[in-house]
Design a protein around this ligand. Sequence first.
Ligand code: HSE
Length: 406
Amino acid sequence: MDMAVNVAILGFGTVGSGVAEVLAKNHTHIDEKVHAPIRLKYILDVRDFPDSPFGDKIVHDFSVIENDPEVDIVVETIGGAKIAREFTERALKAGKSVVTSNKELVATWGYDLLSLAKEHGVSYLFEASVGGGIPIIRPLSRCLAANEIEEICGILNGTTNYILTRMIKAGLSFEAALAEAQQNGYAEKDPTADIEGDDACRKICILGALAFGRHIYPDQVPTEGITRVTLADVAYADACGRKIKLLGRAIRQADGRVCAYVAPHLISSEDPLGGVEDVFNAITVRGDAVGDVMFYGRGAGKMPTASAVVADVMDAARHIKSMKYVAWGPGGDDVVAPTDGLESAWYVRASADADAVRAAFGDVNFLARAGAPAKETAFLTGPMTRSQVESKLAGLEKLSLFRVLD
Ligand code: HSE
């Protein structure tokens, strides 16, 4: 066995406490695999936890961790991009590797933090930032490294997938399904980030940066969440053998730029992504050599996320003396292409009669559902761009508009 590796956790919330539990519960085989005892030395939180078995490790001042030369690895599970960024920078500058589940921080400041880590000869690892417990960051950056990646497409948010599944399978309203997701601890503290698509947006930015080699910023990615999905849309999707899923996509264009966006889609119930339910996530990656590969598992929750964080801690511990780097290049206006050029079929629900729809769109595939109001019409179009479908809809009262995944 080598010398002990000391770890400090920042933030004793859902994920941070899960990390402490996994480190304690599995310490025998973790130490054996790393060939060194991994010791949890500190937990930083503003609160005290007198009843927790880890209560004696709590500190309230980050500089205790920063100035302790025995601390090798800092686990940042605070979340957000303010104090978490400050502590991450200070830890990296102090020569400590940092492991995080914080997708907001990686999506916003990943290029800068990875560069800082490299400058200081330490690692910045973030397997848990995408897909919870699903291994995706390492497979994408290492196992698929020989490929030119053509497309990444995934169900990247467990909360919204849970909500949509409960709407589809139990006929629950959006609000009732969201309340269930929160009770189960899946939703972010502020569920806006989940339901408005921001969480999925951050994750596709991270995957896109890894796959295509340049930082993609969240504000470069058009993002639509699931708040406009209704039970009427769920019923129409069912009528044509499809399900509504929130997808994040990043697609390489012929000119090398990346087209990335997040939006609800109608996808075939037969599609592997169509069978992904509840809090599960799934990510498909298309590489020019490997073809399609799919990653599937629990995308949210305390222990699945802790599983990925602890794996990064182990990786950082194994490489204390020989750092390995994940890296990508800087972002810029030349990285991202507008989504408008992307053709697809569209699902439309409108307050219009069928003749008006035919006059605007020509031949379309009309859909039916029980209990539809007299003037409601829903249909699937042929392939076209968003501006084409929007211009045909100009004279009609649009209620819902979602892409159909081929
Ligand atoms: N709120 C996130 C989700 C947690 O539901 O997917 C995992 O990133």
